[in-house]
Every structure is written in structure tokens, then in C-alpha cells.
Design a protein around this ligand. Structure first.
Ligand SMILES: *Cc1c(COP(=O)(O)O)cnc(C)c1O
Length: 313
């Protein structure tokens, strides 16, 4: 059984720390920079993955959790770790049937070591997994017909409502709160939780999609309509998802030096790069405070605190 109490027993660090940092690239434009350390919420259920998964773990009420991800998905690893820590079965539907039978990469190795059953599907099936007939076929093939299904990236209604708490924790602080965006679920919840005089800024890490429409749809499903003031800063995807050109990598390494923070490359580096560029362009009026939400941490291959010994719970 997973109750909200069982989830709370994982002892998340909430509210996550909010720290002001001094960075001349902002200060010279009269802009203040704060870091919202969601990467410190839990060593394995990191950042926005905690905020999105915790309400889903409660909703699963002990049933198997089946979810979707690519071969390096942060969301799959977080779900697998949650399953181990809470004694829940998990099934990961992985994009790419060519991966079946091949040696697992470090991320999927971690998932499997945490007890996640991996089910590989071809790209076309994966793309259409939201269709009822395709989903039913996947559940049948994975032998998980009564599972609690969480979509790719974890962004369902439970998750978006869970991310509202991020905005609520930031009420009364800086005017702008910025997050990197994959599915947009975190931005949708963040905007809903902020105070009316605050603004949520999303930095898409994928190339040209329909993210604005997606965020709108996620808010409508979770809250019944649009909520809060938010916008997207396009042009910082660096070629698309998981593309990390040298310029971005160098920027991230320099940020690590300056601020003693391990910078996750696929999302967090693009967010921080965007904020430095926007400050340089004068996009923030003097006197503005900007909070960068550190939504995750680099994957190191570690099992974290528990190493499969079944301690805790
Ligand atoms: C998954 C993830 C995101 C994307 O969140 P969405 O709600 O899908 O937009 C952002 N940052 C990190 C570090 C992530 O792992």
C-alpha cells in the first residue's frame, strides 16, 4: 500500500532551499539571481520528478506503476527508485525496440537494478501510446493490465497539481521564476502556484513543438482553465533534446566553478544559459529578481542511499 504517509516517510526536503547568489552577469544589469534548489528535495527522486511523482505514488495506492521514457529518461530512473523505496512494482515502457536484447545503458541498468521491469516498444507504438487501443495493447503485452499509468515525462493531472507547490513556495520572493521545459508540466503547475504579481518563464529544451498549447491544455485539465502569468523563451534548445554542444558544456562547467553547483546538462544548463543571455539583452528591467529553478542533478550512476538492501521505507 502506498499512502501519502508512506511517500512522506521518504523524508523529502520541502520546501526546497532558496538561495541568493552573486553573479556579475546579472548584477551589472541590476538583476538579482536566486537558485531554487529542487535538486536537493531527495537524492533519488530529484527535483521536479519528486513533485510530479509523489502524488502519482499516492494515487497508485499500491498498484503497479507503468510509465514511459526514452533510454536516458530521468523520469524512468526516478520512478524505478520510488518503486524500490516504497516496495511498488514498476514497469518502464522504453522507446525503441532495437534496444531489446542489447546491453543496457547505465541509465536503464539503474532502472533494472531498482527492480523496474523494462518493456521495449517500437517508435511508432510509443508515439501513439496515448491512444486507448494502443495503450491497451501495451498493457496486455507488458502483463500489467491493472497498472496505474503515468504518461511520458510524468506530466498528468496529478503531476501538474503537484508542481503547483513549487510556485506556492516561491510566493513573496523574486518577480520571475524560470524553469526548463520538456513536457511543460512543471511550468503549468509553477505558474498556477505563484502570486498574481509574479511571472513564470519556461525555457523549452526541445526543438519547435507546440509547448504553449501543451501547457495550456495541461492547466485546463488540472485546474479547469488557464492559471497565472507565464511565457516561453524560445531559441535556447541548442539543436534539440539531449544536444549539448561544446559552447553549452563550457558554459555549464564555468557556472559550476562560479557557484559550486553540479549543473545537469540536458535541462538545467539550457535554463541558466538562457537567463544569462536574457539578462545581457536587457530583457529584465533593472531591479528585477529572477529565480532559476534547479529542476535536477546530473546522473552519476549511483544507487544513492539504499543500494538495494531494502532499508528504509
Ligand atoms: C524532466 C525534467 C524537466 C522537464 O520537466 P517537464 O515538466 O516535463 O517540463 C526539467 N528539468 C529536469 C532536470 C528534468 O529531469
Amino acid at each position: 500500500m502506498t499512502s501519502p504517509d508512506a511517500v512522506a516517510a521518504l523524508r523529502p526536503r520541502l520546501p526546497s532551499p532558496l538561495v541568493e547568489v552573486s553573479d556579475t552577469r546579472f548584477a551589472r544589469h541590476g538583476v538579482g539571481l536566486l537558485l531554487k534548489r529542487d535538486d536537493l528535495i531527495h537524492p533519488l527522486l530529484i527535483g521536479n520528478k519528486w513533485r510530479k511523482l509523489a502524488p502519482n505514488l499516492a494515487a497508485a495506492a499500491g498498484r503497479t506503476i507503468l510509465t514511459f521514457g526514452g533510454a536516458y529518461s530521468n523520469h524512468l530512473r526516478a520512478t524505478a527508485a520510488a518503486g524500490r523505496l516504497l516496495g511498488l512494482s514498476t514497469v518502464g515502457v522504453v522507446r525503441g525496440d532495437e534496444l531489446a536484447g542489447a546491453p543496457l545503458n547505465p541509465s536503464l541498468t539503474r532502472c533494472a537494478a531498482d527492480g523496474m521491469r523494462l518493456h521495449f516498444v517500437d517508435r511508432s507504438t510509443y508515439r501513439h501510446a496515448a491512444r486507448p487501443d494502443t495503450l491497451a495493447a501495451i498493457l496486455r503485452a507488458a502483463d500489467a493490465e491493472d497498472a496505474h499509468v503515468v504518461p511520458e515525462g510524468g506530466s498528468n493531472t496529478h503531476a501538474v497539481r503537484g508542481c503547483r507547490a513549487l510556485g506556492e513556495e516561491l510566493r513573496g520572493s523574486a518577480e520571475v521564476a524560470a524553469v526548463p521545459c520538456g513536457t511543460g508540466g512543471t511550468l503549468a503547475g509553477l505558474a498556477a502556484g505563484l502570486a498574481p504579481d509574479q511571472h513564470a518563464l519556461g525555457v523549452p529544451v526541445l526543438k519547435g513543438g507546440f509547448l504553449g498549447a501543451d501547457v495550456h491544455a495541461l492547466q485546463t485539465r488540472a485546474f479547469g482553465g488557464p492559471r497565472g502569468a507565464w511565457s516561453l523563451a524560445d531559441g535556447f534548445h541548442f539543436g534539440g533534446y539531449a544536444r549539448v554542444p561544446e559552447e553549452l558544456d563550457t558554459f555549464a562547467a564555468d557556472f559550476e566553478q562560479r557557484h559550486g553547483l553540479a549543473v545537469e546538462r540536458l535541462y538545467v544548463a539550457k535554463l541558466l544559459y538562457a537567463l544569462v543571455a536574457l539578462a545581457r539583452e536587457g530583457a529584465f528591467p533593472r531591479g528585477t529578481g529572477v529565480t532559476a529553478v534547479i529542476t535536477g542533478a546530473p546522473f552519476t550512476g549511483d544507487a544513492g542511499d539504499a543500494d538495494g538492501s531494502g532499508k528504509g521505507s
